[in-house]
Design a protein around this ligand. Structure first.
Ligand SMILES: NC(=O)c1ccc[n+]([C@@H]2O[C@H](COP(=O)([O-])OP(=O)(O)OC[C@H]3O[C@@H](n4cnc5c(N)ncnc54)[C@H](OP(=O)(O)O)[C@@H]3O)[C@@H](O)[C@H]2O)c1
Length: 226
């Protein structure tokens, strides 16, 4: 039985990660901004505990890490993310962009830093960051999504660096594009359902070795250009 901490666990991919790991009998530390309103999360059977966590709230991240001090965590799934609409030239909202950086770039790194001691106590020693192909500079032929793309490209750069820094501790760090998924963010026209995306992501997380650390891959294991 592994211990898994997930951010943004109340809906979308985070909820599906919680469902699948709980169904496997794993212990899930499911975090979300509003536990009282997380009814779907509360309905999941198994060893699931729900914790309040806004990934932009640095004191709250530290307090949660402190309250779980001494607990091993095998897999950290940095999943929470935000995508603001209307991101073309002429429609850039700088306050929203700053917020996206806090949620998509700085938050996941802050969570990883705070829970590094817990990862070191675990045996799984894996961190998964849910990025996006929209963070790939090399494949950007369409423009738009200026704010979101830059926050995910920034996440990729930061996580690559993190992967090098924690390699000596035996921690494997993975960056994922989850596919275009039917969630609130992906919308109803998206290509795949959350179960397919998360099933693939979980297989990649379980199979990863040190040689995979710092790689940017899809839920199907296809490498994505930076
Ligand atoms: N769906 C896709 O097609 C797709 C494609 C590529 C990448 N992604 C990435 O996959 C991840 C999950 O996306 P999704 O499709 O599941 O999106 P979603 O359905 O919109 O869910 C987003 C999750 O992030 C949480 N969140 C937002 N701001 C937060 C904050 N400040 N602190 C903590 N949690 C916060 C939300 O919580 P609240 O309910 O409290 O807002 C929600 O649980 C994201 O990182 C996203 O960028 C998704």
């Amino acid at each position: 039985m592994a211990s898994i901490l997930i951010t943004g666990a109340n809906r979308g991919l985070g909820l599906e990660f919680t469902r699948q790991y709980a169904a496997e009998g794993d212990r899930v530390l499911a975090t979300c901004r509003d536990p009282a309103g997380a009814t779907e999360l509360a309905a999941i059977a198994g060893d699931v505990t729900v914790h309040a966590l806004d990934v932009t709230d640095l004191p709250q991240i530290s307090a949660l890490a402190e309250s779980l001090q001494g607990e091993p965590i095998d897999i950290l799934v940095n999943n929470a993310g935000v995508l603001t609409s209307g991101q073309r030239m002429g429609g850039i909202d700088y306050a929203a962009w700053e917020h996206e950086f806090k949620v998509n770039t700085m938050g996941p790194i802050a969570v990883a830093q705070a829970f590094l001691p817990h990862l070191e106590r675990g045996t799984g020693r894996r961190m998964a960051f849910i990025s996006s192909i929209l963070g790939s500079i090399g494949t950007n032929a369409d423009g738009a999504y200026t704010m979101y793309r830059s926050t995910k490209a920034g996440l990729n750069a930061a996580v690559k660096s993190l992967s090098v820094e924690v390699a000596a501790k035996g921690i494997i760090v993975l960056l994922f594009h989850p596919g275009w998924v039917r969630t609130d963010m992906g919308g109803p026209e998206a290509a795949i359902d959350p179960a397919t995306s998360v099933g693939g992501l979980r297989r990649r997380i379980a199979a990863a070795g040190p040689e995979d650390s710092g790689c940017f891959i899809s839920h199907e294991g296809v490498e994505i250009p930076w």
